[in-house]
Design a protein around this ligand. Sequence first.
Ligand SMILES: [Zn+2]
Length: 268
Amino acid sequence: MLRLLIIGAHPDDAEFGAGGLIAKYTGAGYAVKAITVTNGNAGHYAVPPADLAKRRHAEARAAADKGGFEIEVWDNPDAQLSPTIEIRGDVIRAMRRFAPDLVLTHRANDYHPDHRATGQLVQDASYLVRVPNLYRDTPPPETRPVVACMTDFFTKPNPFQPDVTVETTDQIDKVVAMLACHVSQVFENMPESRGEIGNVPQHEDERLAWLKDFYASRPRAIANRFREALVRDHGERGHTIEFAEAYEISEYGRRPTAEEIDALFLRA
Ligand SMILES: [Zn+2]
């Protein structure tokens, strides 16, 4: 029995960044939980913050129900996140309570300040989670979890390193079904910000196909960008894998062996 915890800044970050691995975990009957550090209340061009927070909470819940995982949405305001001592305590307690084998988060260099803050919070918690004198109301786990970062394409001060690749070709439809629950984002705010709101189909089936097209460009770009790592991890088959996710192992979590990596990322 494995336990996967995704700590993302916004209510749709887990599905976008790790939807394929989430689907693999739940498909294998393993426990998955997503924590959203902010309530996402800045992420819309028209819906005011209080209404949006409620709406995004419901969307995150629907996506979690669809995907078969647990969700926690924290009430920190969107686009105003700082890596404070208080929130770091919340992250440490949450990691202790869920006792994950693997934690996924953002890297601490990323375009969105909330992603950076969340990456920093988890990076700092990765060591402190095992310090017993901190937060004595919630005892530490026996071993530190392995911590890994979801893919980004930023290069300064250093580019993302694809330590682990996971083929997600069979998971694409499941990820799209989860993402489709985030209506305010995938069918409203994201297309609006790209000037494509007029292209969003109204009919449900066409909407899903449209969303699949949009989402699939990410795992396809990851497969193409990290082709060498795919071949390293999957042999000859790596040359033809179309959709993948890639993860960078954090130096601050437990350092896994090659066998542990295969087990944690369900590549056995
Ligand atoms: Zn985000």
